[in-house]
Ligand binder design. Structure first.
Ligand SMILES: Nc1ncnc2c1ncn2[C@@H]1O[C@H](COP(=O)(O)OP(=O)(O)OP(=O)(O)O)[C@@H](O)[C@H]1O
Ligand SMILES: [Mg+2]
Length: 632
């Protein structure tokens, strides 16, 4: 019981002090608001004294002079009160808005620099709701609840002093009732705080469910999942509602009980005070002033108790926002950064890796390989082998758990992150385009690129002709996720986007979805154009890309099982030969896949034939290249 009463407020104070550093820059506004606060409280309190004078003297001696004077003074006070209220409301709300804007910016600014793994254990949709709902809550609280609490705390203190000045005996009566009012405030307030945190969490669930379903609307409708989504969504909404109702019930009890206690105390006081007036021991003006102050004191306690739970909710929201601000990047940067030597070599040295979210299953066990400057290396291997993970590690989205990755002999951990990523151009497996025009998306990594540079990278990515064919060309607006473009088009735009930053190392995660023969040919040609000019690490799913590489690395279950040229691997690696056979079957069209599937040996020899006549520039422009026979 004891700790129930003592501990929560002190924890809340600690939580709210975390937000104080956001208030510090706005000292001027806060001082102005405080002055306005004191002025309005003083004016309000002085009205009681005025009442006393008017009732006792103005009515007592029957002259209207005092009444006129009093009303004139009252008019002045009203003007002061109006000005003070305006200033208080304006500055306090201003600070509330300003601080929540600053917190939003600080949180986002901090989050965009965090390691990607952070967003695997913390859902981006939930964070999104924290940035919006939690800061909005904080804004309301700083902008109004805090001001209400401060104003009423002042009124409470001032009112209390004036109560004693007016009548000490009646005041003791009021004081005696205070603990009865405060106890339920603390008791119910605690429950309200807990429930409000749960309430915010449930609301975030509602938001993220809706977001996910609406973003993936085609999948939802394709599987006729609407009804089940509707049911699951309703369940979340109702859960949020039930938690909110529990919170509201606690709060209603709080308000009602405080009201009951306050009014009972006032009734008692009226009774005692009224008898004193009748007995002639106090004047009617005194009683009137006393009642006025008692109402002010009671009203301020009521107001504070009402915003107290808001303050507690704000403490919860602040806690969550500060948690986000306190999250540290798992990718520390060196105090003194090193710059890799040119020409840039690339090396993995006995790299082992496990995703932090899945510590029990190692993804890379011990992978070592070098890539020479300008070399094109193809990574092949079954799905889940760890190919995309290697590209992630090459960009230091994660650090290896053992071993090291080096660019030009420098461990990635000893380089500045921005410098490292300047060296790398990345084309993801499922290229994402941001909302905006095609031009915006192309210059994403290099906003200062001129039209000639954009045109050159489009040409290199073999994306120029389809962009030219769009009615709005580069001004075509693409939505979130690049709606309205084919997979092959998006991949080529992503290549152009990566090339525009002129990276030393190009990392390309080939789309697994089957591109049409034409797109595939375009990507193959653009790789061919780039070959030798920059280091290329490509995760290849298609034979056409693999064939083009200087060297092929075969990855299986987190281990590098073979490496070499296409021809050598066909001889040495069973896994690679199988990969080629599967590629041959799936890309060979109906005719050849049937024949190929009939006999592994026949397929094998077909693949070798492919190896034999796969030369450079084999009539690329005029007739389909050798790969074309296998792309149907
Ligand atoms: N963010 C992640 N958290 C935990 N595990 C992951 C994560 N990303 C990938 N994995 C796991 O790591 C393994 C390797 O994944 P990776 O994406 O590197 O495979 P891949 O070789 O690129 O496969 P694919 O050819 O299908 O793209 C898989 O078992 C996968 O489930
Ligand atoms: Mg992958």
């Amino acid at each position: 019981m004891d700790e129930g009463l003592d501990r929560p407020p002190s924890r809340e104070i600690i939580r709210l002090t975390g937000a104080f550093r956001f208030l510090r820059p706005y000292r001027t506004q806060i001082v102005l608001a405080s002055i306005a606060l004191v002025v309005t409280a003083t004016v309000t309190l002085s009205i009681g004294q005025g009442m006393r004078v008017v009732i006792d003297r103005g009515f007592g001696d029957g002259s209207d002079l005092i009444l006129i004077e009093s009303i004139a003074l009252f008019a002045v006070l009203v003007v002061l009160l109006t000005a003070g209220t305006f200033a208080r409301f304006y500055f306090v709300s201003w600070v509330g808005e300003r601080v929540s804007a600053d917190i939003r910016r600080a949180v986002f600014g901090h989050l965009v620099h965090l390691h990607p793994g952070f967003f695997e254990s913390n859902q981006p949709t939930e964070i999104q709701s924290r940035i919006t709902t939690d800061t909005t809550l904080l804004q309301t609280v700083i902008g109004s609840s805090v001001s209400i609490a401060l104003r009423n705390a002042l009124m409470f203190l001032g009112g209390l002093v004036l109560l004693f000045v007016t009548n000490a005996k009646l005041s003791l009566l009021v004081i005696a009732s205070v603990p009865f009012v405060v106890a339920p405030v603390i008791l119910f307030g605690r429950k309200v705080r807990q429930l409000s945190r749960t309430s915010q969490d449930r609301l975030a669930d509602v938001g993220s469910y809706a977001g996910e379903a609406l973003r993936q609307i085609k999948i939802v409708q394709s599987f006729n999942h609407q009804d089940r989504d509707q049911a699951a969504f309703s369940e979340r909404v109702e859960l949020a509602f039930r938690v909110a109702v529990r919170r509201i019930r606690q709060r209603s009890w709080l308000v009602a009980i405080v009201m009951l206690l306050v009014l009972s105390a006032i009734a008692t006081m009226l009774w005692v005070g009224g008898r004193d007036v009748l007995a002639g021991s106090i004047t009617p003006g005194e009683l009137a002033a006393f009642i006025f102050y008692a109402f002010i004191v009671a009203g301020s306690v009521g107001a504070i108790s009402e915003v107290y739970s808001d303050l507690q909710r704000a403490a919860g929201a602040t806690e969550r926002l500060l948690e986000l601000l306190a999250a540290e990047s798992a990718l520390p940067e060196p105090a003194v950064a090193e710059v890799p030597a040119e020409p840039l070599t690339l090396a993995l040295k006995e790299v082992a890796f496990t995703y932090p979210t899945r510590p029990e299953s190692p993804v890379l066990k011990e992978v070592s390989f070098d890539v020479a400057p300008g070399e094109m290396v193809a990574l092949v291997g079954p799905s889940g082998a760890g190919k995309s993970t290697i590209l992630d590690l090459l960009q230091r989205f994660y650090d290896p758990v053992a071993g090291a990755i080096e660019f030009g002999g420098v461990d990635l951990r000893r380089m500045r992150l921005t410098a490292l990523r300047d060296l790398v151009g990345y084309v993801p497996q499922d290229p994402v385009l941001f909302a905006g025009t095609l031009h915006d998306n192309l210059v994403y990594g290099r906003p200062d690129a001129d039209d000639a540079m954009v045109a050159a990278s489009l040409k290199l990515a073999h994306a120029d002709s389809f962009v030219a064919g769009l009615p709005d060309g580069l001004d075509t607006v693409v939505g979130e996720g690049g709606v309205g473009l084919s997979g092959g088009q998006r991949q080529r735009l992503a290549i152009a986007r990566a090339l525009l930053v002129d990276p030393k190392i190009l990392l390309l995660d080939e789309a697994t979805s089957a591109l049409d023969a034409q797109s595939e040919e375009h990507i193959r040609e653009s790789l061919k154009d780039m070959q030798g000019q920059r280091t290329i690490v490509v995760i290849a799913h298609r034979l056409s890309t693999v064939r083009q590489a200087d060297r092929i690395l075969v990855l299986d279950q987190g281990l590098l099982v073979a490496s070499g040229t296409h021809e050598a691997l066909l001889e040495d690696s069973e896994l690679y030969a199988r990969f080629v056979r599967i590629q041959f079957a799936s890309h060979g069209g109906d005719r050849s896949s049937r024949v190929g599937a009939a006999s592994a040996e026949a397929t094998r020899s077909a693949a070798e034939t492919l190896a034999a006549d796969g030369g450079e520039g084999n009539g690329e422009e005029l007739s389909p290249g050798p790969e074309h026979r296998y792309t149907g």
